[in-house]
Design a protein around this ligand. Structure first.
Ligand code: 4AD
Ligand code: MG
Length: 462
């Protein structure tokens, strides 16, 4: 008989029917007459109960069916007597695909701490918590593509290996085939990259934006959705060295259109999660965060506050609150400042605009005041910055002027600068950190717990 996924089997009402289920044992309990096995195959947070009659199978047979073992079960679908479940399977045939020796298998019936589970990233997807989170990652990825596809945006593939430093942040992972024992050098002793694979110095991308802008200048509206890499040595619960970013870029959008898109997009995704991942969200809420569902609903149902950086700084200065990092006009906001505005002052998400140009990237459109740029950061409760974006500088002279003032090397971005010479147009875009979104909708508090294989300083084992 064909396998039925447990998510489907739990919905069946055809009692008496013979079905096949396969999965990993979560727990086994019982008495001297029957064994009850809670089986999970990853298709749902819920387990199906397998009833194994000891008179038929023998006591010895049950012994290797322990937590973590994988089994293949044929049996009769019966209405469950137990509470909290509608159906169970009365086993007729059980095959053990793979046992999991309880003396060495790290996952046991009792709950484990998230810290411990991080050390066994190869097995943690088998826990209820990580099963729920990784299913949700899938659904949210799909929702992102659906959102843009339904609105006529094109998925534009930008390179992972690039020669440019999009953010001008300088914290990149180099990509090289040079032999470290024999690095070619020029006369001045500098590394001679002409002998490297690409004939130039390259790195893993920190953002697909610059290439994404080229897409928008031809296709109108595009988005990227791929891995990005930053070697910033920030060992925080909100930073990864490898994270996924979604970057829409739209021709003819000004910063207000950009803010509207960001707000609508975030609300759509949260609503999608509530509508399509309810069982998993409710499980996570019950385990880690009782206010999760209320917080998600609140964000979906209320307007985001929009205000300028300058107004934001004024509120922080006048708050009388003692911050770890000083607040003054020109300061780069830390997550404590962002969260104060969101959680304490406004009590709702905030979009902060018009930041000082010194603390933002070279490509942002300059305001007439000569001091600020048309940046927009979306700040969320529990998270701080979830989105960063801007209207782009579309004027060639202004852009070149800014680039030169910053002393930037224009060689790796000549192609980017050219777009401002040929058919330039107003355009805007933003980047959403996928794992920051996942933190928000799962209620988890450490970014290492919302990606299957986190990459952080001193951690790339598995
Ligand atoms: O603010 P960022 O650096 O903006 C950009 O990269 C722009 N090129 C985006 C654009 O306009 N197209 O990063 C965007 C978002 C942040 O708001 C944050 O959510 C996330 O990416 N992010 C990180 N997430 C996890 N780990 C890190 N190290 C992150 N750095 C940024
Ligand atoms: Mg940012």
């Amino acid at each position: 008989i064909k396998r039925t996924k447990i998510s489907e089997a739990l919905k069946l009402t055809s009692f008496g029917e013979e079905i096949n289920v396969k999965g990993w044992v979560r727990t086994r309990r019982g008495n001297k007459n029957v064994g009850f096995v809670a089986l999970n195959d990853g298709s749902t947070i819920h387990n199906i109960q397998i009833v194994i009659d000891i008179a038929q199978f023998g006591e010895e047979f049950l012994k290797p069916i322990t937590t973590g073992a994988c089994i293949n079960v044929n049996g009769k679908l019966v209405e469950s007597q137990g509470k909290g479940q509608s159906v169970e399977v009365q086993a007729t045939e059980v095959e053990i695909y793979g046992p999991a020796d309880p003396t060495t298998y790290p996952l046991q019936k009792k709950g484990h701490s998230l810290e411990f589970l991080r050390e066994i990233a190869h097995l943690r997807p088998r826990t209820n918590t990580f099963g729920a989170i990784f299913r949700m990652r899938h659904h949210m990825s799909f929702a992102i593509h659906k959102y843009f596809n339904d609105r006529g945006f094109y998925y534009f593939h930008t390179p992972i290996i690039t020669a440019s430093d999009a953010e001008g942040a300088g914290s990149m992972f180099e990509v090289t085939t040079l032999d470290f024992n024999n690095i070619p050098r020029d006369q001045e002793g500098k590394v001679d990259y002409s002998q490297d694979f690409f004939g130039m110095q390259t790195n893993l991308t920190v953002s697909g934006q610059l290439e994404g802008e080229l897409g928008a200048m031809a296709l109108g509206g595009i988005y990227t959705f791929g891995p990005t890499f930053r070697a910033e040595n920030s060992n925080t619960p909100r930073h990864l060295a490898e994270f996924w970013m979604i970057e829409p870029e739209v021709a003819f959008y000004d910063i207000n259109d950009n803010m509207d898109l960001a707000e609508d997009f975030l609300k759509y995704l949260i609503r999608y999660a509530l509508d399509n991942c309810r069982d998993d969200i409710e499980f996570l809420a019950s385990m880690y965060d009782k206010e999760l569902v209320d917080r998600l609903l609140f964000v979906v149902e209320n307007d985001f506050v929009r205000l300028t950086y300058t107004e934001g700084i004024k509120i922080l200065e006048e708050s009388g609150h003692k911050f770890e990092f000083p607040v003054f006009w020109g300061a780069d906001l830390q997550s404590e400042h962002e969260r104060y505005l969101v959680e304490k002052h406004f009590k709702r998400p905030v979009i902060l605009t018009d930041y000082p140009k010194e603390i933002k990237s070279f490509y942002m459109k300059q305001n007439d005041d000569g001091k600020t740029v048309r940046a927009m950061d979306v700040l969320f409760p529990k998270i701080g910055e979830i989105i960063g974006g801007s209207e782009r500088e579309a004027d060639y002279d202004k852009l070149m002027n800014h680039v030169n003032n910053l002393g930037m090397n224009t060689n790796p971005i000549w192609w980017y600068l050219e777009t401002r010479k040929f058919g330039t147009a107003p355009h805007s875009g933003f980047g959403l950190g996928f794992e920051r979104l996942m933190l928000f909708i799962t209620g988890m508090t450490n970014i290492r717990d919302v990606i299957p294989f986190p990459r952080t300083p001193n951690n790339a084992d598995f």
